[in-house]
Design a protein around this ligand. Structure first.
Ligand code: NAI
Length: 261
């Protein structure tokens, strides 16, 4: 638990499932005030609001597509109207789909870039604007991926979006460090969520992914949420412009693990 997160105003995009849901609930446990953004799936939202309130936090659900400027502006407004501030912006919403690159349509390319990269940009820009206007030394956390550094055949749009998020975050961190605004990425490895549930239900596919994880297991959303809480807390006060990989060692060349090579 991080005492200084109590009462902080936080936005989490894509909060209705997977990593976003775990992050939102974790901030709730920290007794923060959380805007729960969802796009189409509002079913879990009411129960999440109640759960967060049961921890002593506050929450409100707000519909919005992160790739649309007005939706993102409405999220910031919701944080302001409901909680009087914005201290932490978590740009978590993301999508992926598997397509061999030579068959990838322009439409599919744009969809993934629009949500994963442009969405994170809009969320960062709007949050930073609000923080500058209100003299808040806040923090922005973008959900990148191990695929900001690991190439991923059949997911060229996804890898390109996360590679973009890497340099976007580093640039924003540099630009706003003098204002005390910290901007960081989390780079999850393979985490069991709806984005890959189908794949991991196939034992062969699951074993193949596990073989690429030195720690030997697929991560849990809560293991990413704890990283988000730390990055948002004052314990990370001197940390900006990094990607904190939480990947069980996936980025550390697992094929070398046995000392061969
Ligand atoms: P998920 O599919 O459970 O969550 C993604 C969320 O984003 C969903 O709630 C979805 O409704 C929302 N979303 C999609 N498009 C949206 C839009 N236009 N506007 C607002 N919300 C939108 O998947 P997961 O795994 O929780 O993904 C969260 C983030 O973590 C994504 O950015 C993903 O790329 C990233 N990530 C996930 C990994 C994994 O293994 N699960 C690994 C590395 C990164």
């Amino acid at each position: 638990m991080y005492e200084d997160l109590r009462g902080k105003s936080v936005i989490v995009t894509g909060a209705s499932s997977g990593i976003g849901k775990a992050i939102a609930l974790r901030f709730g446990r920290e007794q923060a005030h959380v805007v729960l953004n969802y796009n189409s799936n509002n079913k879990p939202i009411q129960a999440m609001v109640e759960e967060i309130e049961s921890y002593g936090g506050k929450a409100v659900g707000v519909q919005g597509d992160v790739s649309e400027e007005e939706s993102v502006q409405a999220l910031i407004q919701a944080a302001h109207d409901n909680f009087g501030s914005l201290d932490v912006m978590v740009n978590n919403a993301g999508i992926e789909n598997e397509v061999p690159s030579e068959k990838l349509s322009l439409e599919d390319w744009k969809k993934v870039i629009d949500v994963n990269l442009t969405g994170a940009f809009l969320g960062s820009r709007e949050a930073i604007n609000y923080m500058l206007e209100n003299d808040i030394k806040g923090t922005v956390i973008n959900m990148s991926s191990v695929h900001e550094v690991i190439p991923w055949p059949h997911f060229v749009h996804y890898a390109a979006s996360k590679g973009g998020v890497k340099l976007m975050t580093e640039t924003l961190a540099l630009e706003f460090a003098p204002k005390g605004i910290r901007v960081n990425n989390i780079g999850p490895g393979a985490i069991y969520t709806p984005i890959n549930e189908e794949k991991f239900q196939d034992p062969e596919a699951r074993a193949s992914v596990e073989s690429m994880i030195p720690m030997g297991y697929i991560g849990k959303p809560e293991e990413i949420a704890s990283v988000a809480a730390w990055l948002a807390s004052s314990e990370a006060s001197y940390v900006t412009g990094i990607t904190l990989f939480a990947d069980g060692g996936m980025t550390k060349y697992p094929s070398f693990q046995g000392g061969r090579g």
